[in-house]
Design a protein around this ligand. Structure first.
Ligand code: ZN
Length: 682
C-alpha cells in the first residue's frame, strides 16, 4: 500500500454509465456546465461559490442516506447504479459466468442475503472469539495479533508494506500507530462540550455492542470504560495528524532486533512468521515512540482488559454489513448518525456494491470499463494530461522566486511523472481468493487475508509500476510521491467532470483542474521532498526551499482564517498540500486551456449559450466541481481528519488567488474575490 496517497477527495468512493439497460437512470449525469445550479442573483466578485453553485442545494438537497451531497456524489451515485446492474447480472448463477463474475456476483449476493447473515449471527466469528477467550498469558498474544492483522483487525497497531521512502525501488514492511475506535487521536483528548459529547456517545456505542455480543448490562458498561481508558492511553502516545504529513517524521528504518528492543512484549519474529511475511532485514517503524509507549502499556494493562479490548476491536473492525441487523444498525447509529449527522443508513444494495468494489475492485472494474470507458475517452484524456504537463513546464519558467538551478530539477521531476488513465494494463488475478455464496462474513475475511498477503508478498520484490491504488470505478484521483505518478480512474472521467460533448472551456475547468491538482501534488509541501524517482532526496537549494515555505505560509494563513462551521476554523497546515494542489491545479488548467483555445482557434470574446465568454465558462465549470452541501457534523469530522478543505473554500480560497477570474467577471481589486494581496506558490 502507498503510505502517502494524495487524492482529490471528490467523494466517499466509487464508479459510471450507459450500456447496461436502465443503469444509472435514477441519478442522471449532469451536463458539463449546469445553468440551473448558478445563482445569478449572487455577485461573483463577492462569493464565487455562491454564484456558481448557489442553486445546487435547492435542486439537490442532501439525501437522508448521505452526510454530504455535491457534484462528486452525483457521479458516485450514478456509478453505483451502473455497478448495481452489473452485479445483479453477475449474481445470477449460471455456467456461463467467468471465474471473476462468479466471485463478484456471489460476493454481492452474499452481502445482500440478510436472512443467511441473521441466521449465522456471530457464529462465523467464533474461532476468533475462542482464541481471545483461550488467552491465559500475555505471552500468547502474538499469534492472535498476527491473525487479526490479516483480517484487518488492527488492534494496538497497523502492519503493512510500503515503498521505501529513501529508495523507491524497494518495498519494505511498515509498522505504525493504530488501534483506535474513534477517527483520530484528538477525539480522545480534545476539550469542550462537543468533544465530550462524542466521547460519551462512543462509550455508549461500545457498551451497546458488548451487550449485543451477550455481555450483561453492568459488565458491558464497565468494560466499555476500560476500553475507553486503554484507547485514550494509545491516543496519548500517538503522533498528531499534522506532523505525520512530513515523511521524515514517519520514517525510521531499523532492523528487527531494534524493533524488538522497542517493544519486547510482542514476539516480532513470530509475528512476521505468522503473517507469512517474506524474509527481510529492515523495516520502517513509522513512529518508534509509539511502540515504546505501547510496550509499557502492554506491560501495565491486565490480561482481562486486553481481552476485552480485543473483543471490541474484533467486532468493531468486522464490516458491519456482515453482522446481525441489530449490530449493523448500532454501528451506523454511532459512526453514521452521531459522527457524520447522516439520518439514514444507505440502502443495502448500495453498501453491497461498495463492499464488492472494495473487496474485488479490479474484477468489478474489468467488467465496468468494457462498457463504460472507451479508447476514445482515454485518448482525449491523455491529450489533456499532456497539455497540462506542458503548461506546468512553462509555468515553472515564470516563477520569480525559484532559481534557475532548482527550476531545472523541478522540470526533470515533472518529465518523469507517469500518467495512468482509466484502469491498469493488467487486472489483478483473484484466482486464489475463494468466494462462497451465502457466507458474507467469511467472504469478507478471506478477501481481507487475500489482500493483506498480496501486499506483504511485495516485500523484497521489484515494484510493479503498473499497480493502481484505486479501483477503476472510483470517482476520485491521486498522486503517489513514491511512484511519481498521477492516476485518474475511469470513474472520475465522466460528466460533468469530463464530458466529451461539452465545450473545451468546461472540460479544462472541470477535469483539467483535477489533472493540474494531482500534478501539483508532486510539488506541494510533501511531494516536493521526493525526486522524480520517488526518493526522499532534497533537490532544492536552501534559499529556494526557504522561498517555497514563505509562499506556502501565505496559504496556511489564508485557509487558517476560514471558518468551516460554528467556531471551527480550517487547519491551514493539515490542508496545505491539498490547497496548494487546488491553487496550482486551476492555474495549470487555465494556462493549458489558453493554449488549447489558440490551437483550435476558439474566439475568447464570443459568448456561449449561457452568455459566458470561454474564460468565464472555464471558471464557472471549475466552481461547479465543488457544488454541494454538507451536514454540520460531517464538516466537523472533515476539518478534524481530512486534509481537504470543505468545498466552499476549495472554490473561494482558490479564485481569490486567480485575478484572471476577477478580470473575467469585471471585479474590482479589493473586492472579496479579488483581494489586493493574494497567494501564489506555483
Ligand atoms: Zn489532492
Amino acid at each position: 500500500m502507498a503510505a502517502t496517497l494524495m487524492g482529490i477527495g471528490a467523494c466517499p468512493a466509487q464508479a459510471q454509465t450507459k450500456t447496461v439497460a436502465g443503469a444509472g437512470k435514477d441519478t442522471p449525469l449532469p451536463p458539463g456546465l449546469d445553468d440551473q445550479w448558478i445563482d445569478r442573483s449572487a455577485d461573483p466578485c463577492t462569493n464565487f461559490f455562491q454564484y456558481a453553485c448557489g442553486n445546487f442545494s435547492k435542486l439537490n438537497p442532501i439525501p437522508p442516506d448521505m452526510s454530504a451531497y455535491g457534484t462528486g456524489a452525483i457521479v458516485y451515485n450514478h456509478t453505483q447504479e451502473v455497478l448495481h446492474a452489473l452485479l445483479e447480472k453477475a449474481s445470477v448463477d449460471s455456467p456461463s459466468r467467468t471465474p471473476d463474475e462468479q466471485k463478484i456476483g456471489d460476493f454481492y449476493a452474499s452481502c445482500m442475503d440478510t436472512d443467511a447473515i441473521h441466521a449465522a449471527g456471530l457464529k462465523p466469528l467464533q474461532p476468533e472469539l475462542d482464541q481471545i477467550n483461550a488467552l491465559t498469558d500475555k505471552k500468547e498474544l502474538t499469534p492472535l495479533l498476527a491473525h487479526f492483522q490479516m483480517l484487518n483487525v488492527t488492534a494496538f497497531f497497523n502492519y503493512s508494506e510500503q515503498q521505501d521512502f529513501k529508495d523507491a525501488r524497494k518495498q519494505i514492511a511498515i509498522v505504525d500507530q493504530g488501534g483506535l475506535g474513534l477517527p483520530e487521536k484528538d477525539y480522545y483528548l480534545r476539550t469542550g462540550a462537543a468533544a465530550e459529547k462524542t466521547r460519551q456517545e462512543y462509550v455508549q456505542h461500545v457498551t451497546n455492542m458488548l451487550k449485543l455480543m451477550g455481555e450483561p448490562e453492568g459488565k458491558a458498561t464497565s468494560d466499555a470504560q476500560k476500553i475507553m481508558a486503554l484507547e485514550t492511553s494509545l491516543a496519548k502516545i500517538s503522533m498528531d495528524i499534522t506532523p505525520q504529513r512530513d515523511p521524515k517524521n514517519v520514517y525510521h528504518p531499523m532492523d528487527k532486533a531494534q524493533l524488538a528492543g522497542l517493544a519486547p512484549e510482542i514476539d516480532w519474529a513470530e509475528f512476521f512468521e505468522r503473517t507469512q511475511t517474506p524474509a527481510f532485514t529492515e523495516l520502517n517503524v513509522a513512529n518508534p515512540e509509539f511502540f515504546k509507549g505501547l510496550n509499557a502499556l502492554l506491560e501495565s494493562t491486565d490480561l482481562d482488559t486486553i481481552k476485552t479490548y480485543l473483543r471490541w476491536q474484533l467486532i468493531h473492525s468486522t464490516p458491519s454489513y456482515t453482522l446481525p441487523e441489530a449490530m449493523d444498525e448500532e454501528t451506523f447509529n454511532f459512526y453514521g448518525r452521531d459522527l457524520s449527522g447522516q439520518p439514514q443508513q444507505r440502502a443495502r444494495w448500495k453498501r453491497c456494491v461498495q463492499a464488492t468494489d472494495g473487496a474485488l475492485g479490479e474484477a468489478v472494474g474489468k467488467v465496468y470499463v468494457e462498457k463504460n470507458f472507451t479508447a476514445e475517452d482515454k485518448a482525449r484524456t491523455v491529450q489533456m494530461v499532456h497539455d497540462i504537463e506542458a503548461a506546468m513546464d512553462k509555468n515553472i519558467d515564470t516563477l520569480e522566486w525559484m532559481s534557475p538551478e532548482t527550476k531545472i530539477k523541478a522540470k526533470a521531476k515533472l518529465n518523469m511523472v507517469a500518467d495512468k488513465i482509466g484502469y491498469p494494463d493488467h487486472f489483478r488475478d483473484y484466482s486464489k481468493l475463494t468466494i462462497i455464496r451465502g457466507d458474507a462474513l467469511g467472504n469478507a475475511q478471506r478477501a481481507a487475508e487475500f489482500e493483506n498477503h498480496r501486499e506483504l508478498d511485495k516485500i523484497g520484490k521489484p515494484v510493479n509500476r503498473d499497480e493502481w491504488f484505486m479501483t477503476p470505478a472510483t470517482v476520485d484521483a491521486y498522486y503517489d510521491p513514491s511512484m511519481n505518478d498521477i492516476n485518474f480512474p475511469a470513474g472520475i472521467l465522466q460528466s460533468p467532470l469530463y464530458d466529451p460533448h461539452a465545450d473545451d472551456a468546461e472540460n479544462y475547468g472541470h477535469v483539467g483542474s483535477i489533472v493540474g491538482h494531482e500534478l501539483t501534488h508532486g510539488f506541494d509541501d510533501q511531494g516536493r521532498l521526493f525526486d522524480g524517482n520517488g526518493n526522499l532526496i532534497n533537490w532544492w537549494t536552501p534559499e529556494d526551499a526557504k522561498q517555497f515555505e514563505a509562499k506556502t505560509n501565505c496559504e496556511v494563513k489564508e485557509y487558517g482564517n476560514f471558518t468551516a462551521v460554528d467556531d471551527l476554523k480550517i487547519n491551514g497546515k493539515l490542508t496545505l498540500g491539498e490547497n496548494t494542489a487546488d491553487n496550482g491545479g486551476i492555474r495549470l488548467a487555465y494556462l493549458a486551456f489558453l493554449v488549447d483555445a489558440q490551437r483550435k482557434g476558439i474566439d475568447l470574446t464570443k459568448k456561449d449559450k449561457y452568455g459566458y465568454t470561454p474564460v468565464q465558462e472555464f471558471f464557472v465549470a471549475y466552481g461547479q466541481n465543488w457544488c454541494g452541501n454538507q451536514r454540520p457534523a460531517q464538516i466537523r469530522l472533515q476539518v478534524q481528519t481530512d486534509p481537504h478543505s470543505p468545498r466552499e473554500f476549495r472554490v473561494n480560497g482558490v479564485v481569490q488567488n486567480m485575478p484572471q477570474m476577477g478580470e473575467a467577471f469585471g471585479c474590482k481589486p479589493g473586492q472579496p474575490m479579488m483581494p489586493v494581496n493574494s497567494c501564489r506558490v506555483w
